[in-house]
Design a protein around this ligand. Structure first.
Ligand SMILES: CC(C)(COP(=O)(O)OP(=O)(O)OC[C@H]1O[C@@H](n2cnc3c(N)ncnc32)[C@H](O)[C@@H]1OP(=O)(O)O)[C@@H](O)C(=O)NCCC(=O)NCCS
Length: 190
């Protein structure tokens, strides 16, 4: 199972992806904005991430690797985790290789992942938490329709920095996604 957009393929991880994962997640500027990426980041860390993502694929987790079609390269990952079909909820996490920032790739990947979550998985709400100082991710969540729901003080440690940060909490309801989707697709046509 894979999702396809104009420039990207979102697909199940493969063991052979490890080099691209080390290049992307191994960058301190990526790792420091996440809770779960250690730094330095070695081949064994990428292999653990890949094996774990494959093992849990389609159970309570979908970790899509983001392949850039033009380079046949993995430039990031976007995950739906804690998928709870009874409650209709999941939480999300993502990163993009720094070399590819600010080119709309995460927005494009999120459109596909959100469609998958709300249409195929029939969820009704996505949760996301972002460090308060993470300008890029706060902007990305709001752009795709997430609503700010509050701030948790001294909430989560980053493995890369070892420091504990405040986190913004966001929620995306299915009805808000429908509106945001129309807006995003209109912007793309301009
Ligand atoms: C957050 C992240 C995934 C965004 O990926 P991206 O592909 O660069 O995002 P996009 O190009 O789709 O940008 C989406 C929006 O965010 C804005 N944005 C992106 N980076 C920004 C920055 N550094 N400062 C302010 N706004 C920023 C963009 O301008 C865009 O809005 P616009 O189109 O209205 O201008 C990427 O910066 C990243 O991997 N960061 C490190 C890891 C991380 O933070 N992961 C998320 C943890 S919660």
């Amino acid at each position: 199972m894979k999702l396809e957009t104009e420039r990207l393929i979102l697909r199940k991880p493969k063991r052979s992806d490890w080099k691209d994962v080390v290049e992307g997640a191994g960058d301190y500027d990526v790792a420091k904005m996440t809770s779960h990426i250690p730094h330095p980041y070695a081949k064994k860390d990428a292999e653990w991430f890949i094996d774990n993502s494959i093992k849990n694929w389609g159970k309570v987790v979908y970790t899509f690797f983001i392949e850039l079609k033009s380079e046949k390269k993995i430039i990031g990952a976007i995950g739906l985790r804690q998928i709870d079909t009874f409650n209709g909820t999941a939480s999300t996490g993502s990163w993009i290789n720094k070399k590819y920032w600010r080119q709309g790739y995460m927005t494009e990947a999120k459109i596909a992942a959100n469609d998958f979550a709300f249409t195929k998985l029939k969820l009704r709400r996505l949760n996301s938490t972002v460090y308060t100082h993470n300008k890029a991710s706060n902007a990305t969540q709001r752009k795709v329709g997430y609503r700010f729901e509050g701030c948790r003080k001294k909430s989560l440690r980053s493995m890369a920095t070892g420091k504990i940060y405040d986190e913004n909490m966001y929620g995306l309801l299915k009805e808000d996604w429908k509106k945001a989707r129309v807006k995003l697709l209109k912007q793309k046509l301009k």
